[in-house]
Write a protein that binds this ligand. Structure first.
Ligand code: ADP
Ligand code: MG
Length: 322
């Protein structure tokens, strides 16, 4: 099967106006398997932004399923049969992701790793698996087969071949920690954009809220289909147009999977954005809502009290919580 292309797009771009002494300076690096950029507005200490990139790298070594040296990979290798003790940070994140998995009935599924690996997502060897392979792999993505021990801070898998995947929460989680790092170092206004997971710290130096553009999923047209204003909030978007491959027969398969069917999700939502001061939650819910479809997605957003913007296949824009 021929892989034609995978596109990494920064799905949200930022509407900047530089003003007076508050000149914008943007730094970009490839990190967390995507393009990351940080924009600061004042003459911050020279080490501040490099320190943020280093912090991102460090955190990625905790949660990256694709890095064999990460703490998560250690769990994934060893948790079948024996409980594996994990750091407090990783334990808290896994617990949070597990709770959201339960609450969204697996629309966001922490246990989806084996299916992601079967489809070759993120590994550079995307392929459409056979129906039999998908059927077999579905046996390994039931989150109820993950045993989380609160006392011991340990994780255990009940089935061989299970894998925890934190890719749909990791960038939101990291953006929030980087935002705290900026605050702790006295930087009040910054934009942290981790491959479309944006954390808008503080306000625009002009005093108004940040204005974040939501990219039109139709990449031929480009541009924004909408904007949102935010202050000290994350804007996280999930969309099938972000990362995908095209089969020999022209079928497009994207990277967000429905763990009920084992196939890329095919709900009526083509772009799902969540706005919240809890960036970790925003990242998980953007994936969950994308998979769930607009009717359930509205209920999910209302339940968690987050703001949301959904774009559906028929071109309607649904706003919740504004
Ligand atoms: P992105 O990482 O492009 O911002 P998401 O946050 O929606 O988009 O995460 C998608 C990634 O999460 C996939 O690449 C895959 O590793 C994993 N994933 C795919 N489907 C799901 C799902 N239903 N629940 C949890 N993680 C998923
Ligand atoms: Mg996500």
């Amino acid at each position: 099967m021929k892989r034609i292309s995978i596109f990494f797009l920064i799905i949200l771009s930022l509407l900047f106006i530089s003003c007076g002494s508050n000149e914008a300076r943007t730094f970009t690096e490839l990190s967390l398997n995507t393009i990351c950029s940080i924009t600061v507005y004042t003459d911050e200490d020279e080490d501040l932004v490099p320190g943020a990139f280093a912090l991102m790298q460090e955190l990625s070594q905790m949660i990256d399923m694709y890095d064999p040296g990460s703490e998560l990979s250690e769990v994934n290798r060893a948790a079948y049969g024996n409980p594996v003790k994990v750091s407090d940070e990783l334990f808290s994140l896994i617990e949070y992701a597990y709770d959201i998995t339960v609450d969204t009935d697996g629309a966001f599924n922490i246990a989806i790793g084996p299916l992601v690996r079967l489809w070759g997502i993120g590994g550079g060897d995307e392929k459409r698996p056979s129906d039999e392979e998908i059927e077999e792999t579905l046996e390994l993505v039931d989150w109820k087969d993950i045993v989380i021990d609160e006392q011991e801070h340990s994780i255990r898998f009940l089935k061989e071949g299970m894998l925890i995947d934190l890719s749909a929460v990791g960038k939101g989680y990291i953006s929030e920690i980087v935002a705290s790092y900026f605050r702790d170092n006295g930087a009040e206004n910054a934009i942290i954009n981790l491959g479309g997971n944006v954390y808008a710290l503080g306000r625009h130096p002009g005093g108004r809220p940040w204005k974040i553009g939501l990219q039109n999923p139709d990449s031929e047209r480009g541009g924004y289909y909408s904007t949102v204003e935010c202050t000290d909030e994350a804007v996280v978007t999930s969309g099938g147009y972000e990362r995908f491959f095209i089969d020999e027969d022209g079928t497009v398969y994207h990277h967000i999977l429905d763990s009920d069917t084992g196939y890329p999700s095919s709900s009526d939502i083509i772009s799902s954005s969540i706005i919240s001061n809890d960036a970790t939650l925003a990242d998980m819910l953007s994936t969950a809502c994308f998979v769930s479809g607009s009717e359930k997605a509205v209920t999910i957003a209302e339940y968690y009290g987050v703001k949301a913007v959904f774009l559906t296949k028929d071109g309607s824009e649904i706003r919740v919580g504004f």
